[in-house]
Every structure is written in structure tokens, then in C-alpha cells.
Ligand binder design. Structure first.
Ligand code: PMP
Ligand code: GLU
Length: 406
């Protein structure tokens, strides 16, 4: 009997739940917090979360919403002003034309992604997930009883899947492709040409939809942000996800959205209407203000992330065994760490894989990271660079000392 079958025999929990992995990002952040609560000076580079405060003008709008008594249920897909403001944003930033009935506002981009996957994928249908991928993609597909099919990009191509790889991976059972650009965890950014080649492949397969996660759009160090929905032939089959967590440092507000063909948006609204309803009324009013304020605060934060990326890349140059590609966006580094596999730690234990290495660094250097395994890249380790400069310097000083013990 498999472990799941054994567990199922003694557990009241559903097979669906038993087959699901806990979010590795959340699990490592929890471990780090537990160690910190015991008094250890832990530097948390596991959780991908801006360390900046939400800009004041956005907080002011939320305070105003409360003072206005804006405390009631909202329409499930979001308040009209916010859906309209999101359409304006898509036109301004991405040259995309959407009507408000094509926008669904959700409790974070995470829910927008889950809404789309659950609304589109039938049991047994394949979802091609560009790999390395963000941890929750695979689990969302499994929740929908779909079959995740990782499409592994090569290090030489900055981990980006190519159009020819995609063409080879599509089968008659393929329903959806999923990717993020800028990518969590690799920081890779798809160019317009690369997305154009992917669009050409999709144009030949009219049963395949695409879920484009653009949540790191504003944290891009190479300039151009390209959207798959810009390609006319396939735009009706692209669901574009974005949100406020990263670009506006609004993780705790739980505000994200998707834009899609009207019938797909209506399906996501129906899904959300049975699970959570409209997201927080006050956060939505804050979202309207955030978008009206444009990109100035986001650009200032992106400049800080870029400086930190450079600072960390400089620090890792000095650490033998870390092979670290240069990220083009987002706020992570994703070094290959397999040089350490098989080595012995001071307590006599063997570092078998990147999970062992992440635990060793947590216990020895008090720095938390996330094993690449949950991102589909077991040879890597992910460190968030969204922390204060001095914390990053100290973290990589400690990491260097600890790794030298192996
Ligand atoms: N997509 C990616 C690639 C992410 O890194 C995150 C961050 N957790 C999300 C979606 C979800 O963001 P949120 O739910 O906070 O909007
Ligand atoms: N996106 C962040 C990360 O990858 C937040 C954690 C999460 O929601 O999984 O670490």
C-alpha cells in the first residue's frame, strides 16, 4: 500500500488533501519564526515578501474607506471602481483592452490563479507548468485533479522554457500552460519575442489555454514587460493574473485579480462566489488609490530590489559552490547548490539534498531559505532578496561561514 493509501485508511481527511503538499514557502517561514520565537537571531530569506511598508497614500485611502463606513459585502468580482481602474492599468501599462466584466478581483493573486485552474481544468487534463515554477501551481493543478506536466527550462536559457519544448510537450490532453514572468523563483523574464514564439505554438493548438502570472511585473530589471495576451491570435485564451502584493508592498491586504475572456471571468466569479465572495471592501478601496497613484512608489521599491540583487550577487561570488544566475526581475536568487550534496555536516549527518542544506543553514547560520525541490528544481535553493541591505550582507556572511564547514 502507498503511504497515502495507508494514511487514508486511518484518517478522516480527503484523498485530495492527503495527496497535497504543504506550501514549502510557508512551511520554511514557519520554521524560521519558531526558531526566532526561541530567541535565535534568524534572518528570514524564505518568504517572498516585500519588507517595505505599503505607501502612505494607499493606507490613507483605506482609513478613509473605514471612516466612510465602507464595511459591507462587495460584488463578488470586485467593486466597479476597482475593476474599471484595473482596465485603465492594463491599457496604460500593457496596451491591453479589457472591459470591467472581464476582470475578477480576488483574495490575492493566489486565489485568482486557483479560480482559473479550478474553472478550466477537468480531471485527467494536463497542465504544462513551466519549471522551475512557483510552489503553489502544481498543488492547484492536483486540487483540480489535473495532471501537472513540468516543462523544464535549461540553465543555459535562464531556465526559460522554449517554444519548441512547448510544442513537443503538448498532447491532445493538454488544457493549460502556466508560468510566471518575471519568474518566481528564477527571476527570469520572457521577452516579447520569446512570448511571440510561444503564442505561435498556442495558435496551432486551439484547445490549449494559458495562465500568465505577471505579479512581479513592476520588479523588472531589464526594462520591458511583455504580456502573452498582447498576441491577437491567442488573446482570448490567455488569462492574465496580477495583484498588489509585490508591486505595491500589499501582501497582507490580500488583493489580486485576473483578466480573461468574459465567459472565463464569469466562471471565476461563479467559483469565487461559492468559496469566498468579494474580497475585503477596505482593501479594494485601497487598491483603487494604489492604481490611481501610478508607478512612482513601485519604481522606487524596484530600484531598491535591484540594488539588493547586485549586493547579493557580489556576496555570493565569494562563496565557493554556489552557482548563481543573474535574475532579471522579482526578488529572489536561485543558486544551484548540488556541489554540497554528499558532504558531511559537523554533526556527522550527510547533506543529501537541498532540503537538508536549507535545514543546515537554518540551524547553523540562522538563515532561512527554501529548497528548490518544491519549485521543481531539487538542485537549487531559493533565497529572497527582499530584506534590508544590512540583513542581506549579514545573512550571506553567515552562509559563507556555515558552508565552509561542509
Ligand atoms: N504568483 C507568484 C509567482 C507569487 O510569487 C505569489 C506570491 N505569493 C503569488 C502569485 C500570490 O500572491 P498574492 O496571493 O499575495 O497576491
Ligand atoms: N510568493 C511568496 C513566496 O513565494 C509568498 C509565499 C506564498 O504565498 O507562497 O515566497
Amino acid at each position: 500500500m502507498s503511504d497515502t493509501a495507508t494514511l487514508a485508511a486511518v484518517s478522516p481527511l480527503s484523498d485530495r488533501l492527503l495527496a497535497m503538499n504543504e506550501s514549502a514557502t510557508i512551511a520554511m517561514a514557519k520554521k524560521g519564526r519558531e526558531l526566532a520565537a526561541k530567541g535565535f537571531d534568524v534572518i528570514n530569506l524564505s518568504f517572498g515578501e516585500p519588507d517595505f511598508q505599503t505607501p502612505q497614500y494607499i493606507k490613507d485611502a483605506a482609513k478613509q474607506a473605514l471612516d466612510d463606513g465602507y464595511t459591507f459585502y462587495t460584488p463578488v468580482p470586485g467593486i466597479p471602481e476597482l475593476r474599471q481602474a484595473i482596465c485603465v492599468k492594463f491599457k496604460r501599462d500593457n496596451n491591453l483592452d479589457f472591459l470591467p466584466n472581464q476582470i475578477v478581483v480576488s483574495t490575492g493573486a493566489k486565489q485568482a490563479l486557483a479560480n482559473a485552474v479550478l474553472s478550466l481544468v477537468n480531471p485527467g487534463e494536463e497542465v504544462i507548468v513551466f519549471s522551475p515554477y512557483w510552489v503553489s501551481y502544481e498543488e492547484m493543478v492536483k486540487l483540480a485533479e489535473g495532471v501537472p506536466v513540468p516543462l523544464v527550462g535549461t540553465l543555459e536559457n535562464n531556465y526559460k522554457a522554449t517554444a519548441s519544448q512547448l510544442e513537443a510537450a503538448i498532447t491532445p490532453r493538454t488544457k493549460l500552460i502556466m508560468y510566471s514572468s518575471p519568474c518566481n523563483p528564477t527571476g527570469a523574464v520572457f521577452s516579447r519575442e520569446e512570448l511571440g514564439a510561444i503564442a505561435e505554438v498556442l495558435a496551432r493548438h486551439p484547445q490549449v489555454y494559458a495562465l500568465a502570472d505577471e505579479i512581479y511585473e513592476y520588479i523588472n530589471f531589464v526594462g520591458e514587460h511583455a504580456s502573452l495576451a498582447n498576441f491577437d491570435e491567442i488573446k482570448d485564451r490567455v488569462i492574465t493574473v496580477n495583484g498588489f502584493s509585490k508591486g505595491y508592498a500589499m501582501t497582507g491586504w490580500r488583493l489580486g485579480y485576473l483578466a480573461a475572456r468574459a465567459d472565463i471571468a464569469a466562471a471565476c466569479e461563479k467559483m469565487q462566489g461559492q468559496v469566498t465572495s468579494g474580497t475585503c471592501s477596505i482593501a479594494q478601496r485601497a487598491g483603487v488609490a494604489a492604481l490611481a497613484g501610478g508607478r512612482a512608489s513601485s519604481d522606487a521599491m524596484a530600484a531598491a530590489y535591484r540594488r539588493r540583487r547586485d549586493l547579493v550577487l557580489e556576496a555570493v561570488k565569494d562563496i565557493p559552490g554556489l552557482n548563481t544566475p543573474t535574475p532579471s526581475g522579482a526578488f529572489y536568487i536561485f543558486p544551484v547548490v548540488s556541489a554540497f550534496f554528499g558532504r558531511t555536516a559537523p554533526d556527522g549527518s550527510t547533506i543529501r539534498d537541498s532540503s537538508d542544506l536549507a535545514l543546515f543553514l537554518l540551524n547553523d547560520a540562522y538563515v532561512s531559505s527554501v529548497s528548490g525541490e518544491a519549485f521543481g528544481a531539487p538542485e537549487c535553493l531559493r533565497f529572497s532578496t527582499a530584506a534590508a541591505d544590512e540583513k542581506l550582507v549579514e545573512a550571506f556572511r553567515r552562509i559563507k561561514v556555515s558552508l565552509a564547514k561542509l
